[in-house]
Design a protein around this ligand. Structure first.
Ligand SMILES: [Zn+2]
Length: 309
């Protein structure tokens, strides 16, 4: 699905600046600079995708006399964006992204189409609910990198970052703090796709716009237990807001989240929840316009209520 999209490029570049200092800076080209043209259907009847050979993007046509390198282009970009005159580009971590912005879709604008809804939508909801909560009880938001590649990194959920922050924050009271706390692991869920209804347990097919989805799995691919689910349902019911539940078909494999990783490391009661979506991991994903706001309202209410913790 990354074919034939207008791709831009952004990320971190490390340079040697004109004063001989090694410096990190961010770049974002903001306009389409690359594309992965698909092979015409006439030439490709089988439509398989080889990640090594089919996905390199086309970025420019270079005449034989032109010796410009990609590093030269990065230097120009850094100079115009950050005002840094780089002597040398020493390293970079850059990612392509779809240059098309988000849009509402549907005859009644029921849907929101955008890149990276899984899982920046939950990060956004978490941040908004934390910032708008009263602040009367302590709360912590952690947004981990590298979840889509297994979470094992210095910043990932399998690394020590959260535990170290709690050590520094709580000191000797860390274990007691964890015992009195609950973690809400928010990550999007698969809504039941009208064209592929058979991929869901017929009793557990979350519908877009019918509320956030409590994810349950007895093999602990999700960390929800009856208590964490009950607390969520209770607050949601009090606000008159909808919620749904998801259990994967017993004959299918199950996705997972960082919920079980963090629950297993810290020993904290955890709820796995997320808004339902279509096309997870596509370059353009789809959610219902109502579910994100519903989750925001419940999370904010949760943080405002010390009695439920
Ligand atoms: Zn994902």
């Amino acid at each position: 699905p990354w074919f034939d999209r207008d791709l831009s490029l952004a990320g971190r570049v490390t340079v040697l600046d004109e004063d001989g200092q090694v410096k990190d800076t961010l770049v974002n080209f903001k306009k389409p600079v690359a594309i992965i043209p698909s092979l015409a259907i006439h030439l490709d009847r089988s439509r398989t995708v080889n990640a090594q050979t089919d996905l390199p993007p086309v970025m420019m046509q270079v005449p034989e006399t032109d010796t410009t390198t990609f590093a030269d282009l990065l230097k120009t970009q850094i100079a115009s964006e950050a005002g840094i005159n780089a002597d040398k580009v020493l390293g970079y971590e850059l990612s392509f992204y779809d240059a098309q912005g988000a849009s509402t879709v549907g005859l009644r604008e029921e849907f929101l189409a955008s890149a990276r809804l899984d899982n920046l939508l939950s990060c956004y909801i978490g941040l908004e609910s934390l910032m708008n909560a009263s602040g009367d009880q302590p709360a912590l938001l952690v947004c981990n990198d590298h979840e889509e590649v297994g979470s094992m990194s210095a910043e990932g959920a399998q690394g020590p970052f959260l535990s170290n922050v709690l050590d520094r924050w709580c000191g000797a009271d860390k274990a007691r703090t964890i015992a009195r706390s609950m973690m809400i692991s928010a990550d999007n869920a698969h809504g039941i796709h009208p064209n592929y209804m058979d991929r869901h347990d017929e009793n557990h097919g979350p519908v877009l716009n019918q509320g956030p989805v409590i994810k349950v799995n007895h093999n602990q691919r999700y960390a929800t237990n009856s208590r964490s689910a009950a607390l969520y349902r209770h607050i949601s019911d009090e606000l008159g807001l909808p919620h749904q539940s998801f259990v994967v078909r017993s004959d299918m494999g199950c996705g997972s989240t960082i919920g079980p990783l963090t629950a297993g490391t810290l020993g904290i009661t955890t709820l796995d929840i997320g808004v339902p979506q279509f096309a997870m991991h596509s370059i353009r994903e789809l959610v219902g316009t109502r579910d994100g706001f519903t989750l925001y309202r419940v999370l904010k209410a949760y943080m405002d209520r010390p009695d439920v913790a």
